[in-house]
Design a protein around this ligand. Sequence first.
Ligand code: TYD
Length: 425
Amino acid sequence: MFPYDAVLFDLDGTLTESAPGIMRSAGYAARKLGYEDFDPRVLRRFIGPPLFESFQKVFGMDEARALKAVELYREDFDAVGWSVNAVYEGIPMLLRALKRAGIKICLATAKPMVFAERILRHFGLWRFFDVAIGITLEDHHADKAKIVRAATPAGCERPVMIGDRFYDVEGGRANGMDTVGVLYGYGSREELVQAGATHIAANVAALWDILLPGAAREPGFFLTIEGLDGSGKSSQIERLCEHLRARGYEVARSREPGGCPIAEKIRDLLLDPANGEMCSLTEALLYAAGRAQHVRQVVRPALQAGRVLVCDRFVDSSAVYQGAARGLGLDEVMALNAPAIDGTMPDLTLYFAVDPATAMARRSGERTLDRIEREQQAFHARVYAAYEELARRNPQRIVRIDASQSIDEIARNAAAAVDAVLDGR
Ligand code: TYD
């Protein structure tokens, strides 16, 4: 059993790094009211405390002016400020793990609820919350203790309040609960200790150890995308990454050949139309060499950090292009790639299937063709046949997506295929 059965989170500085947006909108309000001559660093003081209070303290406004300032702040925050924001690394994974452990997840923020919900929805995190309490737009005296009380689900016996400022710690303590002060937000260790925080967490990993001691970290997910040149992979990858981010995953994107500086240089060698005399074995070894670097420098670190890594092409491309189409042999090419990948294989591969004629037609409409793309129609027919064969032989890893459909249909099918596997983990 884990130590807490309900976890209450503050938003700004705890789940999201919102300072840039807050400072921007506070500066906008001050300038609109004629406060031109200030050091932009004073805007940092707006992070955490209620705005109404900060406008009075920082700019010496009276109450009426501070009210007007809050109004102006909201005008800008509503339009732009809210989106100048990022989720702290590791938070989505933590929320997913808390959910899996059956722990209630609650939001206790002094931000207007409309903004809090919009931000959490924007980052795909809203669906994790069982309870969410913020303030109304009319409320100017946010009382954290009251907010925390309202955000505590009935029937939970061991709640904990997590935040980056003393307000959060005091709000939790006023309700008799344990508290965690996080140091990666906008408060200091001193203020959190002084406020009486039960635990201090320097980073999200430390927070994990407090909330889910001993629980294994969610592993990363390696998703590769394959298909003929001209199968429409690039625009689909874009959409898929967006879909995954909107579902709360930390997504990294890469490609082969390339993906890191050394492998990008190898890519230039491989695709340079001037290198027409390159023999097939050299080509296969260069792809494998780039892959060795890419796997170690990009793929593994991303997976170790729990990310979903979406990679445009991987070893399957070598199998079909060099193994089948160039005729080096599938097993031979896999053998020379074995030390390069050293066991790092995709968890899932989406193969975007279009016949060579369609792919060719799509391709010729584009930019100038690279060395591989200039190959004869027969070469691409062999690539196609090899992909089809590979997909048939690896039904557990490779999902074939009919890429002759409309862009929207392909995107829907791709997203559904990935969701099915990720949700089933
Ligand atoms: P790229 O411009 O990435 O093509 P696309 O946008 O169609 O993916 O160029 C990659 C080319 O390299 C592509 O024609 C396929 C080929 N290739 C191989 O032949 N073997 C490999 O192992 C990889 C990764 C790519």
